[in-house]
Design a protein around this ligand. Sequence first.
Ligand code: ADP
Ligand code: MG
Length: 343
Amino acid sequence: DPQLNPIYTFDTFIEGDCNRVARRAGKTVAEKPGANSFNPLVIYGGVGLGKTHLAQGIGNEVKRLHPNKVVLYVSSEKFINQFQDHSRNNAINDFIHFYQLIDVLIIDDVQFFARAEKSQDAFFAIFNHLHQSGKQLVLTSDKAPKDLDGLQERLLSRFRWGLSADLQMADYETRIEILEMKMKNDGLDMPREVVKYVAYNITTNVRELEGALISLLAQSSLNKREIDLELAKKVLRNFVKTSNKEITIEAIQKMVCEYFDVSYDKLLQKTRKREIVQARQITMYLAKSFTKNSLKTIGEHFGGRDHTTVIHSCQTVKDLMDTDTLFRENVMELTQKVQLASM
Ligand code: ADP
Ligand code: MG
């Protein structure tokens, strides 16, 4: 089937906190298509986080477990194009009939249905027919159904019949696993410290993580040199540069939260727990060092704290760095991370 790429499987889709619910629901759907409570299964998340991989993985798994089932994977753009072709040829009924014969219909990136009213009408008819016949629907989208603009409410309300599960960016450990798996599959090797370095610094999405690995390999063979930390730093500097984002307080907060595994809410709350207080102080210190925001603005980003709190935090961080080695290492690592992201 040209629609399904066999490289996208569950085996190659590493599980982590970032995707556990979606991945497991996908597995259930593939095992018992139509006969589960995740119908439709809606997988949503930002670009490069694995929506297409997981959606295709479900399709491939259904075909493996249920060879007689008719599986169709299609992007919403393609669906719309097909629909418009049929519409021009007065063959809308053929189009709908074709889709109604499918056992597992997977539609990728449904956000592109926005404002394509006629296509949505056709999709609505197909959805109802398949759902009533106990057939499985799997949809992906860049936003949660409740945040999708330009889609008919009757469609959105049906999306909520099943399960909506999100994909987040992989955490550090999962990023290491993903890199290791990709390297193993390609028969590659590189020093552990380089793997860690790449995993540590690429926090945007999995596609960029793969991109970094590919650039690294390309540079290594181009320059006929071994992959080491020095090369990795060089490559990643250019790599991060191309995405060229100015660092924001929010971005720094995100990095610190991920680094210390603290939730964003906790970071802002008025807790006295030492780890959280320190994480917050470090975040303020980094925000002061790497953004042009005033102390007042920085304070406002931490649940409306006073500028004197920010001054106090920056001083505390400097003091602690002199006396506490582990603390110092943490701050240094985070500094490096923020520096890379702001290049
Ligand atoms: P999206 O459709 O959300 O934009 P993709 O499914 O195209 O993202 O994923 C981007 C790349 O990242 C693909 O090469 C995919 O294989 C890889 N990827 C994403 N998540 C994972 C994961 N959990 N394990 C392994 N590879 C992943
Ligand atoms: Mg995709």
